[in-house]
Design a protein around this ligand. Structure first.
Ligand code: GDP
Ligand code: IMO
Ligand code: MG
Length: 461
């Protein structure tokens, strides 16, 4: 018997010496994932960075040596010349954004052509998807039905692109290299035009013909560039890399509260943003995952529609956070709503994500003497309010929040990179959060004090 087991061991599991770490957002997006990913890549531990879900709805800012780059679809390792950039099968690829970003990077001195690998199973965003996205939002906005409201999407065609895949009519990146691509694309575009005509007839939403033509021409011309890139079986490639002892950093986009299953549905994005999805979005086994890094801000922000239980109630104070934190969307430029740290939502996100290490960003920003922290949610039950144990089905059920008030941590920690130089108020805020999460087996490993790669100090070893 013992002999038999050792024989099987030789073939299964396959030899794998490398591992995958993953970085995900734990709030409503824009936590500073791009900065943390860029910094982690400096460690020399990874050979590649890989996007596994979402699309050009993401906006990941990286700043280094006075250069700023916002990646919507290009992974955040682009400023590291020795790092491979992977776009996995779980991503919906906006080819116009991809080509635009590649040009921007070239102008910054980073030609990524040779180190970019895109899965042939990645999904193609068509030139009509953004229009359908806009039409759907228009319809929602006009709807008299109170249960339907605008989602406030990024208008990047994310929902329609994922819908087409689920309905099994969408196009894959690998299709662009096949002889029947034109035919497939034509029939999908006809289908899309029927949808747009329905929106026109039923809801009066119309896209001018020239605009559609212009988008088509641009898309088709960028597709020619896409065909020259390395479109491959990325799952196979990554598995080879792991076998060879190389490590990969997976790059989450959006965040837990925007996850289609566990976020504030329906005010979410159309993909699973949780780390569990990295296996499916890259084509790798869960046994390859080592560390799960979760990113938060010291407060909370949110862009788009939906519920935001910890939103700062004083509009003047919210504006102060917004302007000091430069809280404007990296993709759409929309102002981000600002709220207090929401530990109830954070604990929900940590539980779902299996996070073991946390990055806190924006600890250099605080503009009030006292800050609140949300530690619970309440619903209205007849004449009284009930404190919830579990995360509610719909966040719209929340009638009130349970808060604690502690001293603000001041605005004087910009660029601090040593724990001993941190203001005492910030230290006590971080001690407070550490204590509140102490039962969850997570460590706050680093705290951001500015937008640059080296604007951080280590907190827990
Ligand atoms: P992502 O989508 O999670 O990558 O985050 P975004 O790039 O959309 O938004 C984060 C913003 O905060 C960017 O403008 C970053 O340059 C900036 N940022 C990140 N970390 C810090 C920090 O610790 N302090 C300050 N002041 N800005 C930060
Ligand atoms: P990163 O990766 C913040 C939000 C939109 C909208 C909802 C659905 O930069 O953190 P979609 O276009 O995905 O259909 O929009 O999700 N959203 C984000 N908010 N950061 C993001 O990405 C986001 N990506 C989508 O504002 O509310
Ligand atoms: Mg962002």
């Amino acid at each position: 018997m013992a002999k038999k087991i050792s024989k099987r061991k030789k073939v299964y599991p396959p030899m794998r010496r490398g591992f995958i770490d993953v970085v995900v957002g734990l709030q409503w997006g824009d936590e500073g994932k791009g900065k943390n990913i860029d910094a982690l890549l400096s460690s020399g531990n990874y050979s590649a960075v890989a996007r596994f879900q979402g699309g050009a709805n993401a906006g990941h800012t990286i700043k280094f040596n006075g250069k700023t780059f916002i990646g919507h679809i290009v992974p955040s390792g682009c400023l590291h010349k020795n790092i491979e950039l992977n776009i996995g099968n779980g991503v919906v690829v906006d080819v116009v954004s991809l080509i635009k970003e590649m040009r921007e990077l070239k102008d910054l001195g980073f030609d990524i052509t040779k180190r970019l690998y895109i899965s042939n199973r990645a999904k193609l965003v068509s030139y009509l998807h953004p229009f359908i996205d806009q039409a759907d939002e228009y319809m929602r906005n006009k709807s008299k039905n109170k249960s339907i409201s605008k989602i406030g999407t990024t208008s990047r065609g994310i929902g329609p692109a994922y819908s087409d895949i689920r309905a099994r009519r969408g196009l894959l990146l690998g299709d662009v290299l096949l002889p029947d691509f034109k035919e497939k694309e034509k029939s999908l575009s006809e289908f899309h035009m029927n949808i747009l005509n329905m929106y026109k007839e039923k809801y009066g939403f119309e896209i001018p013909e020239e605009k559609i033509k212009e988008a088509k021409v641009k898309w088709q011309s960028d597709l020619k560039e896409i065909k020259k890139l390395q479109i491959c079986d990325l799952s196979f490639l990554i598995q080879q890399r792991l076998k060879a002892g190389k490590n990969i950093l997976a790059e989450g986009a959006q965040a837990a509260m925007l996850d289609i299953d566990f976020g504030d549905y329906p005010n979410v994005t159309s993909s699973n943003t949780l780390p569990a999805n990295l296996c499916l979005g890259l084509g790798v086994p869960h046994t390859a995952i080592r560390d799960v890094y979760g990113v938060i801000k010291a407060y909370t922000t949110k862009v788009g529609g939906g519920n935001f239980p910890s939103r700062i109630q004083d509009p003047e104070l919210e504006k102060l956070f917004q302007s000091a934190g430069h809280e404007f969307g990296a993709t759409t430029g929309r102002p981000r709503m600002c709220g207090w740290l929401d530990l109830f939502a954070l604990r929900h996100a940590i539980g779902l994500s299996g996070v073991n290490k946390i990055f806190i960003n924006k600890a250099d920003i605080c503009l009030s003497d006292k800050v609140k922290v949300v530690i619970g949610y309440k619903t209205q039950e007849k004449n009284s309010k009930k404190v919830l144990k579990e995360f509610p089905l719909y966040l719209s059920e929340i009638a009130d929040v349970v808060t604690e008030e502690i001293s603000g941590w001041g605005n004087k920690n910009f660029g601090v990179s040593e724990k001993k130089k941190v203001s005492k108020e910030l230290k006590s805020y971080l001690n407070y959060i550490t204590k509140k999460l102490s039962d969850l087996n997570v460590k706050i490993i680093s705290v951001g004090t500015g937008p640059d790669r080296d604007h951080f100090f280590e907190w827990e070893k």
